[in-house]
Design a protein around this ligand. Structure first.
Ligand SMILES: [Zn+2]
Length: 252
């Protein structure tokens, strides 16, 4: 299994490199497939050897080969984070290829959503709506989770955010609602509840820390998508163990 981590990490780096394209182009509604990547500063097309995940960034010392404009740290960070999450999925699901592939799709979507929400305060429908379909479809097609748990997760995730949106009159957006439904589709309603709990706890801690340190003012909106994504990751990897432990506590 340790040997299999090399191709899994490589696969994660390649997908992470593609996610960088998604993160740069999707909010601008540009095609993901054409034209080829170019330096936004000088327009020079980026050669394949300058587009190797992590390695090119290090070799170029984080600068464009043609004009020396700095390449944002976002690029290697997204690649490394995607590879690390894919490796973790491979380890946690102990080489179950089907479960790993579905989890990889889910994790890739969460990485892209996190960075796009941090940069633009939007959660693209182009990721969450197909995500809901894929989450439900793969629970019908595989034995990962039952399709009824998945459908229940979509309804619970969507319904809870709908209630929050109606009650708070604009504190949350429709993007959060669709992300909640996507989490439910992939996780099932039980692990979704855990994901939401983790998201609220992390979001609350971060909001307090940012307010106390004066980094944000009380009226500033803090995007909730990244916290939902983190909750989704925790629930994906450890949801069943945590829920079993929690329910076991009641039986004793
Ligand atoms: Zn350049």
């Amino acid at each position: 299994m340790a040997l299999a981590l090399v191709p899994v990490l490589s696969f994660g780096l390649v997908i992470g490199s593609f996610l960088n394209v998604v993160i740069a182009r999707l909010p601008q509604r540009r095609s993901l497939w054409a034209p080829r990547s170019a330096c936004p500063q000088c327009g020079n097309p980026i050669a394949w050897y300058d587009n190797v995940p992590l390695i090119s960034f290090a070799a170029l010392r984080g600068r464009c080969r043609a004009c020396a404009a700095p390449i944002p740290w976002r690029y290697p960070l997204v690649e490394a984070a995607t590879a690390a999450l894919f490796a973790l999925a491979w380890i946690v699901f102990a080489g179950d290829v089907g479960n790993f592939l579905v989890s990889a799709v889910f994790l890739a979507a969460l990485v892209a959503i996190t960075v796009i929400d941090l940069r633009h305060q939007i959660i693209p429908d182009a990721i969450t709506l197909p995500g809901i379909v894929v989450g439900l479809g793969t629970s019908v097609a595989t034995s990962r989770i039952s399709w009824t748990d998945s459908l229940g997760g979509i309804l619970l995730g969507g319904g809870l955010f709908m209630a929050i949106i109606l009650a708070s009159r604009g504190g949350m957006g429709g993007g959060d609602l669709k992300l909640g439904a996507m989490l439910g589709a992939f996780l099932g309603w039980q692990a979704l509840l855990l994901a939401l709990f983790v998201a609220v706890m992390l979001g609350g801690i971060c909001a307090v820390a940012l307010l106390v340190s004066g980094r944000v003012a009380r009226k500033d909106a803090i995007p909730f998508g990244p916290f939902l994504a983190m909750g989704g990751i925790v629930a994906l990897f450890w949801g069943h163990a945590i829920i079993a432990w929690y329910l076991g506590g009641f039986e004793r």
